[in-house]
Design a protein around this ligand. Structure first.
Ligand code: SF4
Length: 408
């Protein structure tokens, strides 16, 4: 059982000084101008009565940037491919991972990958998102045997080959792995989750999760930046971190983006409790925490796409549109959310209606956001050809009137 020993701060109106600081921070915001750590910490602690002002400021920040298409919230129509659920890490909130021999432990064959990708293509998906455990072959001889049987040295080599296979054989584009995949895959993602390395301590969420060392993950994000690979990252809220940690994680991402300009999207993801996980007794972040985190992310990163998964904030997910997001992330008409299987995606029609009720049109995007498309399509090759064929004049996904992808 994981200790939730770092207090998940209850967001209630604090001291008079705290409220005054928040009110003054809100009064001094300038739409579109990034804010300091001190201001972000004051805002993420804002009392309930100031929340509407904070959300309005986040919306103003979104509206101030021309790079976000006005009146549009995007999503990516994806198939999720759980390439392997074997993992050498044991994160306290994870229900996806398995040890070899556990019920449901599975590594997909190339035939299975292709069959799901083709089914997704028929449903108008434009992206294949591979989810997989971290380096299982380092811990499990069974995985080494599976890989050798398939003809690969490591899980990442297998992933690379499956990205290529899907790219070659279908209209889907995959968004995985870095240097060697840069020629094959249009973007790459790795959740930073948190910069708080105290969560690696015994009994905390990242106890026995060697791949969750924040410095290592920041190095990977920096490597992507040096190679100019459009990068998706984000923070996980509610895993035992403090409000200040949330701000510091966003600042670390901002720092990466200031240096390399490659962060195409930041996901603000909330922990959801599940009965069978070590964190089964930990509290989930509240709606208010989620809204504050999204709004502060928007204010800290005014130029970056901010995404929050709607299925993890049901039933109030449309409120996230009020907090400054401009993307709902990957939604699959075919495959479940393997990481949060108890939280089904909203039906796309429902998502459209609720997005429109908030005053936005819902548009399907590609795995690469429009502003990163020219750099990726400038490189010759199959990836570039497929992306150009899939993009419309706005750099979003080419769809027919019913919202389905037009086959190029
Ligand atoms: S969250 Fe990822 S790294 Fe952690 S245990 Fe689950 S699959 Fe492994």
């Amino acid at each position: 059982m994981i200790r939730c020993n770092v207090p998940i701060t209850e967001i209630t109106p604090g001291s008079r000084e705290c409220r005054a600081a928040c009110t003054s921070a809100l009064a001094n915001l300038r739409p579109g101008e990034p804010i300091s750590r001190e201001v972000a910490v004051q805002l993420i602690r804002c009392p309930e009565e100031d929340l509407p002002t904070l959300l309005a400021a986040a919306r103003d920040a979104r509206a101030a940037k021309k790079r976000f298409k006005p009146g549009i919230i995007t999503y990516s129509r994806k198939v999720f491919l759980p390439l392997t659920n074997l993992c050498r890490d044991y994160c306290g909130y994870c229900i996806f991972r398995r040890d070899p021999g556990d019920p449901g432990a599975h590594t997909m064959t190339p035939e299975e990958v292709l069959s799901v990708a083709r089914a997704g293509e028929k449903l108008g998906c434009t992206e294949a998102l591979f989810s997989l455990g971290d380096k299982p072959e380092l811990l499990f001889p069974e995985m080494r045997e599976t890989l050798s049987h398939l003809g690969y040295k490591s899980t990442l080599h297998y992933l690379e080959a499956m990205c290529e296979l899907v790219l070659r054989e279908t209209g889907l584009l995959s968004a995985e792995w870095i240097a060697r995949l840069a020629a094959v895959s249009p973007s790459m993602g790795l959740m930073l989750e948190t910069t708080n390395s105290a969560l690696l301590a015994p009994g905390a969420a990242h106890d026995n999760a060697p791949d969750k060392v924040p410095a290592k993950r920041l190095r990977t994000i920096a490597d992507a930046g040096k190679q100019n690979v459009p990068f998706t990252t984000g923070l996980l809220i509610g895993i035992g971190e403090s409000l200040e940690d949330r701000v510091d994680t966003l600042l670390a991402i901002r720092d990466m983006n200031d240096r390399y300009g490659h962060i195409q999207e930041v996901i603000v993801q909330n922990f959801r409790v599940k009965p069978a996980i070590p964190m089964a007794r930990c509290p989930e972040p509240t709606r208010g925490e989620m809204l504050r985190a999204v709004a502060v992310a928007r204010l800290l990163l005014p130029n970056v796409n901010i995404q929050a998964p709607p299925n993890l904030s049901a039933p109030y997910y449309d409120d996230l549109a009020d907090a400054g997001i401009n993307d709902w992330g990957g939604i699959s008409p075919l495959t479940p959310d393997f990481i949060n299987p108890e939280k089904p995606w909203p039906h796309l029609e429902q998502l459209r209606l609720r997005t429109e009720a908030k005053g936005f049109a819902l548009r399907q995007r590609l795995p690469v956001y429009p502003e990163f498309l020219p750099a990726v399509t400038a490189k010759p090759g199959l990836l570039s050809e497929k992306l150009r064929a899939a993009a419309d004049d706005d750099g979003l996904a080419k769809t027919n009137e019913g919202g389905m992808l037009e086959r190029a």
